[in-house]
Design a protein around this ligand. Structure first.
Ligand code: IPD
Ligand code: CA
Ligand code: CA
Length: 258
């Protein structure tokens, strides 16, 4: 299964890279002015799903663009065929393909591919996390002021859901820096390989993080919701990921907002 996920992510990623600057049709999702979807998102997802169906026709699938295909299988493939659509439409080279495989509610494998950097992140439960086949680990940074943090904003940021703006303002003076890359999957992959130390986001979807959660954990990090609960993080919109050492400090900051 992981081999198929890797093949699908590589193929879809190359397809995305080839299509930078060639988008013909940009639609707005759910009437939200900034929530974009292009024909390339949809074609990338179709490409991945056709590969899965060929080899595992009875598995469940949850894809961002085509929704849920439920065959009551124990296995579910969770797909974001283009994570970072806004960047993609601007030709800003930070976007990825991400595929997670869930078995009886638990993520057992995950792949994130960045076609611009040609970086393939992969993890299997119990077998560690890898970047281009080399083992990766989270950072050992142990204070917020030495930490490079990353976050993301939901498309309805104007409504300031879950006090997203206040969280950002609270973290800014406490960290060495706060980044906003525009691809949640890469945010998590970068925590896993130690480039970033901590990540938080409200309103994340399962397809943004299924693979990333496993990567961070297999690289020695921690992923929870804002109540420090490690269970069911995938279906809880609030997500906190870190190298583990700064997790409590980040929770303290998030707890400032009741
Ligand atoms: C988005 C990106 C972004 C995050 C948003 C996601 P999309 O995914 O991951 O970094 O902040 O919450 O929706 O729409 O580009 O697939
Ligand atoms: Ca996404
Ligand atoms: Ca997407």
């Amino acid at each position: 299964m992981i081999q198929l996920a890797i093949e699908a992510a590589l193929e879809a990623g190359k397809f995305l890279k080839y299509n930078v600057g060639k988008v013909k049709n940009i639609e707005r999702k759910q009437g939200e002015e900034t929530n974009l979807v292009t024909e390339i998102d949809k074609q990338s997802e179709a490409l991945i799903i056709s590969k899965i169906k060929k080899h595992f026709p009875h598995h469940d699938i949850l894809g961002e663009e085509s929704g849920s295909l439920n065959s009551r299988s124990e296995f579910k493939w969770i797909i974001d065929p283009l994570d970072g659509t806004t960047n993609f439409t601007h030709g800003f080279p930070i976007f990825s393909v991400t595929i997670g495989i869930e078995h009886k509610g638990e993520i057992i494998a995950g792949v994130i591919y960045d076609p611009n950097a040609d970086e393939l992140f992969s993890a299997e439960k119990g077998n560690g996390a890898y970047l281009n086949k080399k083992r990766i680990h989270v950072s050992s940074t142990d204070s917020l002021i030495k930490s490079l943090l990353v976050t993301g904003f939901p498309y309805n940021v104007k409504e300031n859901p879950q006090h997203v703006v206040e969280h950002f303002v609270n973290f800014l003076p406490l960290a060495q820096g706060v980044r906003r890359l525009g691809s949640a999957a890469l945010d998590l992959a970068y925590i896993a390989c130690g480039r970033l130390d901590g990540y938080w986001e409200v309103f994340l979807n399962p397809w943004d993080k299924a693979a990333g959660i496993l990567l961070v954990r297999e690289a020695g990090g921690k992923v929870t919701n804002f109540q420090n609960d490690e269970h069911d993080v995938i279906y809880n919109p609030n997500t906190l990921a870190s190298n583990g050492r700064i997790h409590e400090y980040m929770l303290d900051v998030l707890r400032k907002i009741k």
